[in-house]
Write a protein that binds this ligand. Structure first.
Ligand code: SF4
Ligand code: SF4
Length: 227
C-alpha cells in the first residue's frame, strides 16, 4: 500500500473534517520570516482540520466561556495525537517528518504558533484565510482547529483556496478589540488581516474582568458555518 493511501485511510478512521498537502516552495521566504528556523527546510506540509463542536462555539456569542476553553484544549490534544500518528507513519517509511503542535501561545512574548497552520491549510486546499485571520472552511466556516506535519514525503499537493469573504464585514464589526480590519494590501499569505497584538491586549482585559482569557466573537459571528 502506498504512503498516500495509508495516510488517507488513517484520516478516515480519525474522522477528520478535511486534510490536504501543501507545496511550501512559493511560501519559503515568507515562512523564513515568521517561523522557527528548524521548521522551514521541509518542502511539503500535511494540513489536518477537525471540527470544533458547533454548539460550544455558539456559547462565545454570550460572553467568555470556560466550556469553550476546556474543549479548545481537548481539540488541540486530539490534533496533536493525530499528528503524532501521521509522524509515525511517515518516519516508519523513512521520510523526514516534523509535527507542529496545534496553535498555542509560545512563551510570554510570542502570540502565534511556531508555524502558521492556516497558511498550510490554505495552500493544502482546505479553506481560505478570512478577514478575521481565521481559516474558513466552506462547510463549517472558522469552527475548526488545525494541525500541520512538515515532511519531505513525495505526496501529491493541492491548490490554494481563493478568498470568499467578498464584501462581508461581520467579523470586523463583531471584534470588540478593534483587531480586525480590511488589511488586504499586505503581500503575505495571512494578509496581515488580524492585528494579533490588539487581540492579545483585549484578551488580557477580558481575563482581568472575567478571570478567563477567551473572546472568539470573530469565530462565532462568521456567517460561514452558521446554521
Ligand atoms: S478573538 Fe475577539 S478580540 Fe480577538 S480578533 Fe477575535 S473578536 Fe477580535
Ligand atoms: S465574518 Fe465575513 S469577512 Fe469575516 S472571515 Fe467570515 S466571511 Fe470573512
Amino acid at each position: 500500500m502506498g504512503i498516500e493511501t495509508t495516510i488517507a485511510e488513517h484520516m478516515e478512521r480519525r474522522h477528520v473534517l478535511a486534510w490536504g498537502v501543501a507545496d511550501l516552495t512559493a511560501a519559503r521566504d515568507y515562512l523564513a520570516g515568521v517561523s522557527e528556523g528548524y521548521v522551514v527546510d521541509l518542502p511539503r506540509a500535511i494540513s489536518i482540520a477537525v471540527p470544533f463542536p458547533r454548539e460550544i462555539v455558539d456559547l462565545l456569542a454570550e460572553g467568555p466561556s470556560r466550556t469553550y476553553l476546556y474543549f479548545y484544549r481537548q481539540v488541540n490534544n486530539r490534533l496533536n495525537h493525530i499528528a503524532l500518528e501521521i509522524d509515525s507513519i511517515l518516519s516508519g517509511e523513512g521520510y523526514r517528518s516534523f509535527p507542529v503542535p496545534a496553535s498555542r501561545r509560545e512563551g510570554r512574548e510570542r502570540i502565534g504558533s511556531i508555524f502558521p497552520h492556516r497558511l498550510a491549510a490554505n495552500l493544502a486546499g482546505i479553506g481560505w484565510i478570512g478577514k478575521s485571520g481565521l481559516l474558513i472552511h466552506p462547510d463549517v466556516g472558522p469552527r475548526l482547529r488545525l494541525v500541520t506535519i512538515l515532511t519531505d514525503a513525495p505526496l501529491e499537493t493541492s491548490s490554494p483556496v481563493e478568498d470568499r469573504c467578498g464584501s462581508c464585514t461581520v467579523c470586523i464589526e463583531a471584534c470588540p478589540g478593534g483587531a480586525i480590519g480590511e488589511r488586504v494590501d499586505c503581500e503575505d499569505w495571512q494578509g496581515n488581516r488580524l492585528d494579533a497584538a490588539m487581540c492579545d491586549r483585549y484578551l488580557t482585559e477580558v481575563r482581568d474582568r472575567h478571570g478567563v482569557r477567551v473572546c472568539g466573537l470573530c469565530l462565532a459571528a462568521c456567517p460561514w458555518g452558521k446554521r
